[in-house]
Design a protein around this ligand. Structure first.
Ligand SMILES: C[C@](O)(C(=O)O)[C@H](CC(=O)O)C(=O)O
Ligand SMILES: [Mg+2]
Length: 299
């Protein structure tokens, strides 16, 4: 009931332990707070909060228009719904070094387990689009150093994302990843890798966990969990998939409504009221106050 039973500190410690034990951490992107419960029920190890999803949800392109307050607020709502650790896309940190420090502390307050900070210039764009630009090495390292310095919980996972692959190639990615680790990054997210061999090359060059982004309609193939595990990837995100699936389903359903004047044909495809109440743990509220769940669900 009400929901997470684990403290943020405990979730951060869990994430650290899993990574230290060499376990693969799979983090589907939540489409909304309640979907974090579904992700947990299906046995995943973490929940991802995507900037692309968050901005799309607000009807904005993913170019850094969302604010720290919006992202921390939504991340807190999502993290609250699950005992799993939540990893958040903090884009470029919402500014330079001092802003990054504030971002880290607000994210900690939101109860999340980790965040990634990227080295794109502002305005940023989706990592799988052409025409990206990255900041120079010193600016990229400063973002990470200031994140590390600002965190109060040493277990908050600071993941450095580099977008340099699309700009300067694989060697530059390895060089930057190495420097980012020296600056204190706990893990590396090499964005828009072109092949499994590229992941393997990054893996061989650094000894912190690496994260793979499996996003549809992007510049990387949709590598499978098994393929990524084989090349030594430690965390996998599927950032936007649940939102894409939900939006496509809504689009189709509205077509049916406008054609047929009702949703009846789609009822078998709907989450049943019973399933919703189960996911919400409605009955547990009854144990708290016996007047709450004293009805039966039709059908
Ligand atoms: C991972 C990502 O940063 C996100 O915001 O989810 C995006 C995903 C996407 O746009 O497909 C990205 O830049 O890769
Ligand atoms: Mg993003």
């Amino acid at each position: 009931m009400l929901y997470s039973t684990a403290t943020p500190e405990a979730k951060r410690a869990t994430l650290r332990e899993r990574l230290a034990a060499g376990e693969l951490v799979r983090l589907p992107g939540a489409a909304n707070p309640l979907s974090a419960r579904l992700i947990e029920r299906h046995g995943f190890e973490g929940v991802y909060v995507s900037g692309a999803v968050l901005s799309a949800d607000l009807g904005l392109p993913d170019i850094g228009l969302t604010t720290l307050t919006e992202v921390a607020g939504r991340s807190g709502q999502i993290a609250r719904m699950t005992d799993l650790p939540t990893l958040v896309d903090a884009d470029t940190g919402f500014g330079e070094a001092m802003n990054v420090a504030r971002t880290v502390q607000e994210m900690e307050n939101a109860g999340i387990a980790g965040l990634h900070l990227e080295d794109q210039v502002n305005p940023k764009r989706c990592g799988h689009l052409d025409g990206k630009q990255v900041v120079d090495e010193e600016a990229a390292l400063r973002r990470i150093r200031s994140a590390v310095q600002a965190r109060r919980d040493p277990n908050l996972l600071i993941v450095a994302r580099t977008d340099i692959r699309a700009v300067d190639g694989l060697d530059a990615t390895i060089e930057r990843a190495t420097r980012l680790v020296e600056a204190g990054a706990d893990a590396i997210f090499p964005e828009a890798m072109r092949s499994l061999e590229e992941f393997a090359a990054v893996r061989a060059a650094i000894d912190v966990p690496i994260l793979a982004n499996v996003t549809e309609f992007g510049q990387s193939e949709l590598f499978t969990e098994a393929q990524l595990r084989d090349v030594g990837v430690n965390m996998i995100i599927w950032p936007v998939s649940l939102l894409r699936i939900a939006m496509h389903a809504m689009d189709g359903a509205l077509g049916v409504l406008s054609q047929e004047g009702g949703f009846e044909r789609l009822v078998p495809q709907m989450q049943h009221r019973r399933e919703l109440y189960d996911l919400l743990d409605y009955e547990a509220y009854n144990a708290f106050d016996s007047g709450v769940f004293n009805f039966s669900v039709p059908g």
